[in-house]
Design a protein around this ligand. Structure first.
Ligand SMILES: Cc1ncc(COP(=O)(O)O)c(C=O)c1O
Length: 915
């Protein structure tokens, strides 16, 4: 191992701020605009050359990591400024600035020309090799890591451009860098990079001070001391893949190609080439690599299908659109949606279209490509939302009587899934956030305790699955790896179902990925295969001794026995919630070493739950969503995070808005005991990237920055009121509400204009509140204060899960609260066995005091908060009644105000027990 010089320390805390990394692309556009403004002022005699020079300096070293405008245009600009050509500098900086803003350089070859070539010379002079075909061919950038890359940049650029052919499906430009560090920086900063070519012999250290990234490099484990000279190419390839697994990596060497190709660590490299003679081969490979991600087998075929003149003699008259376009009465539907949607409709599984229920052709292929993209072994496309994906997972994996440990806050599809499958829920409560009327996530200690209790009672073999929501609605992210490892240490064949309905996009962020189900599963898979893991396990066993107490086990970070672990991880995600899929487009991801044993059960689950008339457009959109994320997901997700950080900063720092509204920071969403690293919040002064990365690695829970709880109770609005006001009067839609907050979510669709609009509207609302308070006198101000107090302080306690009635406990032991929910659910099908008690009746209080116990006959789910405060068979306690009585929401599923609570009569419950 060669020892290398240590990287320079960050220059200032400010440069190391978390939001800096995400704001670089946006800040870059702003800086080019400022440069142009300075050049224009200079040209009009209203500014100085020094201001233009300073603005160019401001652009800084980051420009090197983007292909456009590139060294040639920047040096032309520098020359003009140096030669005092103010007009020329202004016009070139305008063109560059506009081109970056509108992204015209991706499609317009002219954007790459210097002004001399474009304006001062006849158009015929522009060389064909430099032109891009306007509009048609998607554009990407290729990182080229090579010794002396920066010095030879112009040569390398033109070499690659010379290889372009009209037949090429895509067009690319090179981003040359000369060092390991610069390569990492480039792929983090520049989302347009889709392929990487590495030539041997590059340096390790960057020529630049890039403080914002130094700490990220160190925290991500890119430590100079651990990179050996002859390994550097492969180590770099591995590092790049770890950060952005979707990238295609090519390694060019003028020696030892066979040795490199045979190195197992080079498995992440798409092709190893002999550099002297292979430039055309490289070009073709790069295009093929992109084509491989671009291909959407189902969608491509659907487009072809739509072009064919097909006569249909089966159902679905809407297919081909004739009944629509020939109609006098519904033609507007055709005009609204356009012809293609009807041409692409079909109820057939023939003619090139595959069957979602038993895919053998292009759906199968599309699913396999999604599995590759999401890091799974298998993927099922689901066209009825994650509600269905969850029910499918429950049916396929859980048999009647199996115990499933789950968060009571889980989406209702899990609870209904268990009713259908007959699994017994062992509810574990999440930590409460009473002041905001919401729950957080389930502490690991509670999950371990439940498993250890089952073990103590000799029923651990019945525990089949742990089922959690990651991230939760409000953004709590689990330490997925730690949860799985510690649970596997207690029961090595447990199955994990991670409901990542909201979190599918996280795969495309290197900061969030390790906390996803598949990210963690990959890490555990590698750990299991590492021989050193057995030693770690043996060491811990020796320390724990023969019969460690439950307290010791709860206090220890348990290591599983890698030889016994059966890694069985499932993830469901609402692709439609965070990626470009149509409503209800969902995926079920599988990474299960024992999948062959349950595969048939999954097919049964598909047959049970999937419609036999799946919608072609939904399937196509899942295929396309995968394509988009593989080619531009990294940049889109980084942008969503930037938007979120912008909103957080703009709301909390604004002198007027922050008087009435506030976005809760990580410290307010995650209690200190679960933030072991001491992390406070993304934007707190002094908090650095290293702190953030440590928090992601160590903390029990982190906060997804894109999910923002905006407290509105302090402005006198309850969540529902505020959501309605924003939607009705300002056309701004929010996600969910609590008693005193609304949830904002940024996603891959948001832009900086959305942030500006939100801030403008919040300012207007705050202005109105100020006016009202100024004009409403003492009484009005007191009324406002009382309303705020009621919303913020008089909040009902959240009712924890009580227990199942004895009649539904079966052989359950003393220590754990699982029960046979399914029997209670079906018990409610017999009217003679049910009764109703109205909340406001004295009978309700009498029953609470004197009995007999009230047993819920069904799920009762108020919106918000949206989780079942009663489940079938659950004994209703005073806490639940108090909560119900204080609830001021209109929508309560499973509860008819006029009739009251539907209960199972205790004698009926007891009878059903005897049956
Ligand atoms: C955590 C969670 N899981 C599953 C679902 C259901 O997803 P879908 O709307 O795709 O059916 C939701 C819906 O809001 C959810 O919040």
């Amino acid at each position: 191992m060669a020892k290398r010089p240590a990287a320079a320390a960050p220059s200032t805390v400010h440069d190391d701020r978390i939001d800096r990394l995400f704001s670089i692309p946006g800040a870059r556009t702003d800086r080019w605009r400022s440069l142009h403004a300075a050049a224009q002022a200079w040209a009009r005699g209203r500014g100085e050359r020094t201001a233009v020079e300073a603005a160019l300096e401001e652009l800084g070293a980051y420009e090197e990591f983007f292909a456009y405008p590139g060294t040639r245009l920047v040096s032309a600009l520098r020359q003009r400024i140096g030669a005092g050509e103010a007009e020329g500098a202004a016009s070139l900086s305008r063109r560059i600035s506009e081109s970056i803003l509108t992204r015209a350089y991706k499609h317009d070859g002219g954007a790459w020309e210097t002004a001399e070539q474009l304006a001062d010379a006849p158009p015929g002079l522009v060389t064909a090799t430099m032109r891009h075909e306007p509009g048609v061919r998607p554009y990407f950038e290729m990182l080229v890591v090579s010794p002396g890359a920066v010095e030879r940049a112009a040569h390398q650029e033109s070499e690659l451009r010379r290889l372009r052919r009209p037949e090429d499906a895509f067009i690319y430009e090179a981003v040359p860098v000369g060092s390991f560090e610069d390569a990492i920086v480039a792929i983090l900063l520049n989302p347009a990079i889709a392929a990487v070519t590495i030539y041997e012999g590059f340096d390790y250290s960057s020529r630049h001070q890039a403080p914002v990234l130094r700490s990220v490099l160190a925290a991500a484990g890119f430590d100079a001391a651990h990179v050996a000279d002859d390994d550097m190419s492969i180590t770099l390839a591995g590092g790049l893949k770890r950060l952005r697994p979707e990238l295609d990596i090519y390694l060019l060497s003028d020696r030892q190609v066979e040795r490199i190709a045979a190195d197992p660590r080079a498995a992440c490299v798409r092709r190893v080439l002999y550099s002297v003679e292979e430039l055309l081969e490289l070009h073709l490979s790069v295009l093929e690599g992109i084509a491989d991600r671009f291909r959407t087998p189902f969608f491509d075929n659907l487009k072809k299908y739509a072009l064919r003149p097909i006569s249909t003699f089966h159902a679905l008259p809407i297919a081909r659109g004739k009944s629509v376009f020939k109609s006098d009465w519904i033609r507007d539907m055709g005009e609204f949606y356009g012809l293609n949607i009807f041409l692409a409709e079909s109820s057939a599984t023939t003619g090139g279209l595959d069957s979602l229920l038993e895919p053998t052709g292009n759906i199968k292929e599309a699913q396999a490509m999604a599995a590759r993209a999401f890091g799974a072994d298998h993927v099922f496309f689901v066209t009825n939302g994650t509600s269905t994906s969850n029910k499918m997972a429950h049916q396929a994996l859980v048999a009647p009587g199996d115990i499933v440990l789950l968060d009571r806050n889980c989406h209702k599809s899990h609870h209904y899934g268990l009713v259908l499958a007959g699994g017994q829920p062992l509810y574990i409560d999440a930590f409460p956030m009473t002041e905001y009327s919401m729950y957080g996530a389930v502490p690991l200690a509670s999950i371990k305790k439940a498993l250890l209790d089952l073990k103590a009672e000799g029923r651990l073999d019945r525990a089949k699955m742990v089922d959690l929501t990651n991230c939760t609605f409000d953004g709590h992210i689990y330490n997925t790896r730690r949860v799985m490892e510690e649970c596997l240490a207690i029961k090595p064949d447990l199955i994990f179902l991670w409901d990542e309905a909201w979190f599918g996009f996280a795969r495309w962020s290197p900061f969030l990925r390790p906390r996803t189900a598949m990210g963690a599963a990959e890490a555990i898979e590698k750990w299991v295969a590492d021989p050193a893991s057995v030693e770690a396990w043996e060491r811990q066993q020796a320390e724990l001794g023969d019969s460690p107490s439950q307290e010791t086990l709860l206090a220890t970070r348990l290591i599983p026995d890698p030889r016994k672990v059966r890694l069985r991880v499932y993830q469901t995600n609402s692709t439609h919630k965070s990626m470009s899929a149509l409503r209800q487009g969902s995926m079920l991801l599988v990474k299960d070493v024992d999948f062959p044993a349950v595969e048939a059960q999954f097919h049964e689950a598909v047959f049970t739950h999937a419609s036999t008339s799946p919608n072609q457009q939904l399937i196509a959109s899942l295929d396309v969503a995968r394509r988009q994320m593989e080619l531009e997901g990294y940049g889109l997700v980084a942008n969503a995070i930037e938007v979120a950080l912008d909103i957080r900063r703009a709301v909390n720092a604004h002198p007027l808005i922050s008087k009435y509204f506030r976005v809760l920071g990580a410290d307010e969403m995650v209690p200190a005991e679960y933030r072991q690293s001491g992390f406070v919040d993304f934007l707190k002064p002094g908090v650095s990237w290293q702190d953030q990365v440590r928090s992601m690695q160590e903390d029990e829970f982190c906060l997804d920055p894109t999910r923002m709880t905006l407290v509105c109770g302090t402005a006198g609005y309850d969540g529902t009121q505020f959501k309605k006001l924003m939607a009705d009067e300002y056309d701004i839609q929010f996600n969910k509400t609590s008693r005193n907050s609304v949830l904002l979510q940024s996603n891959i669709n948001n832009t900086r204009s959305d942030v500006a609009q939100l801030i403008r509207v919040l300012m207007q609302i705050c202005g109105k509140i100020e006016d009202q308070l100024a004009h409403s006198g003492e009484n009005g101000r007191a009324e406002f204060a009382a309303r705020v107090k009621s919303l913020m302080k008089d909040v009902p306690d959240l009712p924890n899960f009580s227990h199942f009635h004895e009649a539904y406990r079966g052989d359950a032991g003393e220590r754990t609260p699982e029960g046979d929910m399914r029997r209670a659910f079906y018990g409610a099908y017999y009217p003679e066995g049910c009764e109703y008690v109205r909340l406001e009746d004295a009978q309700c209080d009498r029953r609470l005091k004197e009995g007999p116990e009230m047993i819920s006959a069904n799920f009762v789910i108020p919106y918000p908060p949206g989780f079942p405060i009663m489940v079938p068979g659950q004994v209703i306690t005073k806490e639940t009644i108090d909560f119900m009585r204080k609830l001021d929401v209109k929508e309560i599923h499973g509860y008819e105000r006029a009739k009251g609570l539907k209960l199972i009569r205790p004698d009926h419950a007891a009878d059903s027990h005897r049956k």
